[in-house]
Every structure is written in C-alpha cells, then in structure tokens.
Design a protein around this ligand. Structure first.
Ligand code: XMP
Length: 520
C-alpha cells in the first residue's frame, strides 16, 4: 500500500482518491504519526500532501529526515515538496510572485514522473512559498515562468517533489503523474479494486470488533445502509440496527427500509424499527423557525435512539455512516464554514454507552460508497437513492409541521418522482443516455402559502406545492434543472387532481447560491 502523510492541505482526500483510481490501496495518516509506525506498515510509497503553513517557520508541521532514508519512494506535493527540500538541505522562501490557478508547466519528459506527459502541460498551482534552491542530489525536472522549481527529483534515492497539485482535475495530466509514481516508481501492482476495499474493511471490522456488540443508527439513506451491510457481513447478529421512523420520511420509505433490513430481508442483523411519528409531531406542533425545527428533530432523534440503546444495554461499538464530504462540511476536515447544522459527525456519543466509534466509509466519496454498496449486492434502488436530509420532510414543509401536511408533501413528492423517473427512463430508452436535465436531487416541498383557486365550479383555498430540481456536482453550488415543460405540466395536473389540499404548483428556478437546495 501507499501511505499519504497529511500536512493539513485541502486536497488530501483527493490525493487518496486518485491513488485508489490507479487501483492502488492507500491510507492517510497525520504528520504526527511515528516513523516506526510508518515503517511497520511496510509501505511501497509515501506521498506528502500540501498544507497551509510555511515549512521554514518554527512550529510548522514537519517530519524527521529519516523518513527520506527508508529506501521507499517519496513524493512531496506543494507543502510536502517544500518540506522535503527544507529538511534535506534545500531552500524555501516566500515567493516574489504568488502562483494561483491554472499555470503552464514545462516538464522534462525523461523523468519517470512525467512519462507520457506532454512537454508543456497545464497544472494547478496554489502557493506563496517557493523552492529557491533544491536540496543536494536533486535535479530540476519542471519549471514555470514564475517558478524555477516546479518539480525536482533525486532518482537515486527515489525522492520526488512537485510544487503544483496533480490530484486536482485542473492539472490536466495529473492523474498520469500520480499513476507514474504509484505504479511505475513504487511498483504497486494495481490489483486493488472496490471489492478489495470491501473485503479489507470487513476483515478489519471483524478484527476490531471481536465478539463485541455493535449498534448502528440506520436511516435508510445510502451511507448508513452501506455501512450497516458492511457490518452485517462482518459480524452478523452481533449488530443491532435501530431505525427511527420520525414520520418525516418520503412516502412508504419506512416500509422499504424494513423490507431490506428487517427479518424478511437478506441480511443477518437485529433490526429495530421505532415508530416515533406521533412523538415528533407533538414536539413540532406550533414550531415554525427552521433552525428550531432542525434542532427538535435532531434532539428527538437522540432521545429515541438513547431509549432504544438503554434497552439494549452497553455496547462496544457504535457505527456511523460518515463519509468524507460530511467530515469536510462539518468543519472537521477543512477550514470551510458550517452553513447549516448538517450531519451527525461527532454527534451521539455522549448519549449512548459505547466504547468506540466505527466509521467504515469515512474516507470515501459518495460515488465510491455507491460502488461499495453495489459490490455488496445492495439493491440499486437503495444505492442510487438521491440525498435526503436528516431532518427529512420537516425542512420541506415551510412553517409548522403537522401530520396532515406531511401526508400532502409525501403524496405530491411521490407523484413528482414517479413522473420524472418515467420521463427520464423513456428518454434513456430512445437516446441511449440519461437526459442532460436529469436532476441530481429533486423533491416537492410544501409552502405555507394558501391561495384561492377554482375547481369544479367551487372556490378553493388550498396550499401551494413547490417543485425543486437541481443539477449539481458537489451540492455546494447548483442550478435549477431544465425538466421539460410537458413533464412539469403532467406533474402539476396530477398533484392537483390527486392530492387533496393543493390547488397550485410552483417550479423553483433559484440556483445555489443565492438559494440553498432545501427550503429551510
Ligand atoms: P442545502 O439545502 O444546504 O443542501 O443547499 C445541500 C445538500 O445537503 C442536504 N441537506 C441536509 N442533509 N441534514 C442532512 O443530512 C440537513 O440538515 C440537511 N440540510 C440539507 C440537502 O438535501 C442537499 O443534498
């Protein structure tokens, strides 16, 4: 395997991901990890990541010189490159010109790092320090107009330093460079696949859990489902999954989760479904402020879960389906601000009697989680489920939440999803590919506006439903999806005819920013 040593850069998980894409297994460790520990892992290669510091400052993250004397190939990226030079006797200083963005780099194609890379290639730069002098034994193998050492190597000792970021897709041939490093220079076989990840994780879980008891909060979403199945495969009936039906799920979703994970489903585990609908509706009565609703829903979840956990008694481990973007969005993995009190990262622990947390998906991106899910035979319907927020329909009903409103939004949403899916499938059958407008997330929400309408000669005074559909890659920014008008019209007429209490349907055109994807 390859070890990635983390110096706090924002692209570290991307480095790991690119290495996995070369079919090479890798793990990320903090720069504080002991050299002995790293040696003991017997890595085939080591990658030092970028980071926000200046390596010549006294308290900046560093690593002892012996790391470079293991005989194991080392690749330093950005901060990692500067650190390598600094530690080995080169010089790093504040750069006269800060480089940021896409930059043309000319590379020496004789370097094994740049095999099959074009002589002039566009790379992503982001640095304010620069290597002004390479360490003894190094030769320069890439330069830019402003940066005399864009890359350097010491072939004999298999040490490589790259000032730019090959892991970022803006570096057009970055994947090739990383491939050259892990596959050719480190000599990794490239036999790692998602199935190896699954197998490896299952084995690790077995070792870790022994005959301990494990508790998992199952939401029925992709992440917690994949985590639960992985645990079930590893330890079977030592696992108990608690599924809280808070009455804010999509139509029939509670039953669908039970079908897969319950006693009639294919997995070995103890499944507990808690029907807490009424409790939630009582708590939410009269509450209209979005963050207050979120807080109540979150706290009530903890209370219900705690009650169930008490019945089970002490457990050894608690499973969470945390995936890498959760870690980042919660402000634990990077500097990004928390916009909404999103995910359960770091939540729960005080309320349940357990010793340790297991997060088997913590290092994976969403598409990798889905791959792992498919690998384990989880139904596609579940694996490709669109994201659904923890507070559920509670934040898709503007204003007070009531059982009656939940029913309205559930029914409208089910019609919307049915029609969009149908239209998308038809398109795909005719054209051999999914339509460009296919939203990455779409749902119906209930506005708190009522308006006058006319239906069968009668005056109505009913709710307006809003349809939301967005195209997005990372859910941080989004555009309204261009669902064909006739599809929307069909949805509108079905909702008004079939869902009692609705007499108007809106389509939300707002992009994010300034809007958010959800309504609250
Ligand atoms: P926003 O509304 O912030 O949504 O643009 C971005 C993505 O995050 C989901 N989302 C949530 N997920 N708990 C969650 O687990 C929440 O409170 C929450 N709020 C938004 C949203 O569905 C979208 O995919």
């Amino acid at each position: 395997k390859v070890i990635v040593i983390d110096f706090g850069g924002q692209y570290n998980q991307l480095v790991a991901r690119r290495v996995r894409e070369c079919n090479v297994y890798c793990e990320i460790y903090s720069y504080k990890t002991d050299l002995e520990q790293i040696k003991a892992m017997n890595p085939k290669g080591i990658i030092l990541t970028g980071g926000p510091n200046s390596c010549y400052e006294a308290d900046s993250p560093t690593y002892q010189k012996e790391l470079f004397e293991l005989g194991v190939p080392v690749l330093g990226l950005c901060y990692g490159a500067q650190l390598m030079m600094h530690v080995l006797g080169g010089k790093v200083e504040k750069a006269p010109v800060r480089e940021y963005g896409k930059t043309e780099v000319s590379v020496n194609q004789d370097s094994p790092l740049f095999r099959n890379v074009s002589k002039d290639t566009i790379c992503w730069m982001s640095h304010f320090d620069y290597i002004s002098k390479t360490a003894p034994g190094f030769e320069i193998v890439a330069t830019t107009a402003d940066c005399p050492v864009a890359a350097a190597q010491n072939l004999e000792q298999k040490l490589f330093a790259i000032q730019f970021h090959p892991e970022v897709l803006h570096t057009q041939e970055g994947t090739k460079m990383l491939y050259n490093f892990v596959r050719n220079i480190c000599g990794c076989a490239g036999t790692w696949r998602m199935d190896s990840f699954v197998e490896h994780s299952i084995e690790e879980i077995r070792k870790k859990v022994g005959n301990g008891k494990v508790l998992c909060a199952l939401s029925g979403g992709v992440d917690s489902s994949v985590a639960a199945v992985m645990l079930s495969k590893a330890i079977g009936s030592q696992l108990t999954c608690v599924f809280v039906d808070h009455g804010l799920l999509r139509k029939d979703e509670g039953d669908e989760v039970e079908e897969v994970f319950g006693p009639n489903g294919p997995y070995e585990l103890n499944f507990i479904r808690v029907n807490a609908q009424e409790r939630y509706y009582t708590k939410l009565a009269g509450v209209t402020e979005p963050e207050a609703k979120r807080k109540i829903i979150g706290e009530e979840f903890i209370r219900v879960f705690e009650e169930e956990a008490k019945k089970i008694g002490a457990v050894d481990f608690l499973v969470q389906g945390t995936i890498y973007p959760d870690v980042v969005e919660s402000g634990l993995g990077g500097e990004s601000a928390v916009i909404k009190s999103h995910h359960n990262v770091g939540g729960l622990p005080d309320y349940v009697d357990f010793k340790e947390i297991i997060e088997p998906l913590r290092n994976l991106f969403k598409d990798e989680v889905r791959k792992a899910g498919l690998e384990m035979g989880i139904p596609e319907k579940l694996v490709f489920r669109q994201p659904f927020p923890g507070p559920g329909l509670g934040i898709r009903i503007i204003g007070e939440v009531t059982g009656e409103k939940v029913k309205i939004v559930q029914d409208a949403d089910a019609i919307y999803r049915e029609e969009v899916d149908k239209a998308a499938k038809e398109y795909e059958q005719q054209n051999g590919e999914a339509p460009a407008w296919m939203p990455n997330q779409y749902f119906a929400a209930l506005t708190n506006m009522r308006s006058v309408g006319v239906m069968g000669d009668e005056r109505t005074y009913d709710y307006a439903v809003a349809l939301r559909a967005v195209n997005t890659i990372d859910f941080m920014t989004a555009e309204a999806a261009q669902i064909p008008f006739e599809v929307l019209q069909k949805v509108m007429s079905r909702i008004i005819n079939e869902v009692k209490g609705v007499n108007r349907v809106f389509y939300d055109l707002t992009s994010k920013p300034p809007g958010t994807i959800e309504f609250e």
